[in-house]
Ligand binder design. Structure first.
Ligand SMILES: Nc1nc2c(ncn2[C@@H]2O[C@H](COP(=O)(O)OP(=O)(O)O)[C@@H](O)[C@H]2O)c(=O)[nH]1
Ligand SMILES: [Mg+2]
Length: 362
């Protein structure tokens, strides 16, 4: 078995000691590509199935994963913002060790999974990359819970997640790579990059791509470019939650919160900041509520359809029933996305939160 670990550490040391500037940029890009390559090989070498990970089953409108060191208050928080009993019933306990709580907020059914011990390895350096990634892959949002008495945990967790190949608060870069049989590397860009074409080409060569047409439409650095070349990354939003704010003075909490750049302050035990947290979860999940109305009747304002930001009238049809799209004539819409009440609109129209939609069908 080849020992990749030493070689990776060697290259990482070289990377750490190389100053980034125009002259070294190329070499650094190459180093990063080499490291990415070796890490991939190393991951492929690990025996599969030695440790059973958590199984996360998606249901409801969205899935959130709660991560944090032991004893930071994950269970307490889950009990405070979800109704754990409601969803326990239908699960097969032999394969599922993570049990979700259900948060009902603004009519959205949001599953929140507590995954105890997921980042435990982070502290000792024995990361559980594959397991972390497989859990995050099933999630729409990652809640990172930090104990105000242990602010040093945050960086460790973030590194563990990054090393697992998940990317927090980044959207997938718009970079298309079309491999070709010959012709070398051709790069087209609609944005200006700080990394040169030569470096991009060297990275591609290092990663085994000699012929390809590349189209880059979002600003990427070397790391993000390597991410795209390797593929297999999970991009998702994260919310950093600072817990136990009741346990130290307000001034200290404020100083720590600023330093860490946390998104919301809570006390799971004293039930402080929980409404703000729920709102933030809803917001970061990019969910919106659409109320449906039948022609000639009042809208159903009790049970909205929960869809994602950017959802069109077609998206609403798709979500309702396969058949509806075929029967669609037009829609009338009331709300923020319209120019006037009851505007007649077609399938392409993008809806906004709390719009009322009346479908006219054949
Ligand atoms: N002071 C304070 N203690 C808390 C808070 N939330 C949780 N705890 C305590 O922290 C300990 C660990 O909580 P637990 O929810 O079991 O943490 P977990 O291991 O992350 O699930 C328990 O003794 C909780 O009572 C909080 O907001 N403030
Ligand atoms: Mg717990």
């Amino acid at each position: 078995m080849v020992e990749y670990k030493d070689r990776i550490e060697e290259l990482e040391e070289e990377l750490r000691t190389t100053k980034y500037n125009k002259k070294t940029q190329h070499a650094i890009g190459l180093l990063k590509a080499k490291i990415a390559n070796l890490k991939k090989k190393k991951a492929g070498q690990k025996k599969a199935g030695s440790k059973q990970g958590y199984v996360i089953r998606r249901s409801g409108d969205a899935t959130v994963v709660l991560v944090g060191f032991p004893s930071v208050g994950k269970s307490t928080l889950l009990n405070a913002i979800t109704n754990q009993e409601s969803e326990v019933g239908g699960y097969d306990f032999t394969t599922l060790d993570a049990i979700p709580g259900l948060l009902n907020y603004k009519s959205a059914k949001i599953q929140i999974f507590d995954v105890p011990g997921l980042v435990e390895g982070a502290a000792s350096g024995t990361g559980r990359g594959k397991e972390v990634l497989s859990v995050l892959r099933s999630a729409d949002l990652c809640l990172i819970l930090v104990d105000v008495n242990h602010p040093e945990h945050l960086k460790i967790i973030q590194k563990e997640i990054y090393d697992s190949m998940a990317r927090l608060n980044q959207s997938k870069p718009d970079v298309r790579i079309k491999k070709t049989i010959k012709g070398g590397i051709r790069i087209g860009k609609t944005v200006k990059l700080s990394v040169s074409d030569d470096t991009l080409k060297a990275i591609l060569n290092e990663m085994g791509i000699a012929n390809a047409n590349i189209l880059i439409r979002s600003k990427v650095d070397e790391d993000q470019f390597i991410d795209v070349v390797e593929g297999n990354r999970k991009y998702l939003n994260a919310v950093i939650v600072l817990n136990k704010i009741d346990s130290i003075s307000k001034e200290k909490v404020k100083a720590i919160a600023n330093k860490l750049g946390v998104d919301v302050l809570v006390s799971a035990e004293k039930k402080q900041g929980l409404d703000e947290l729920k709102e933030l979860i809803f917001d970061k999940l990019n969910l919106i509520r659409i109320y449906l109305k039948q022609p000639g009747k009042e809208a159903d304002m009790k049970e909205p359809l929960i869809v994602h930001v950017g959802c069109t009238i077609k998206g609403v049809c798709d979500k309702l029933h396969r058949d509806i799209l075929n029967r669609f004539k037009f829609a009338r819409v009331w709300g923020k996305s319209t120019k006037f009440n009851g505007q007649k609109l077609t399938l392409k129209h993008e809806l906004l939160d709390e719009d009322v939609v009346e479908l006219h069908l054949n």
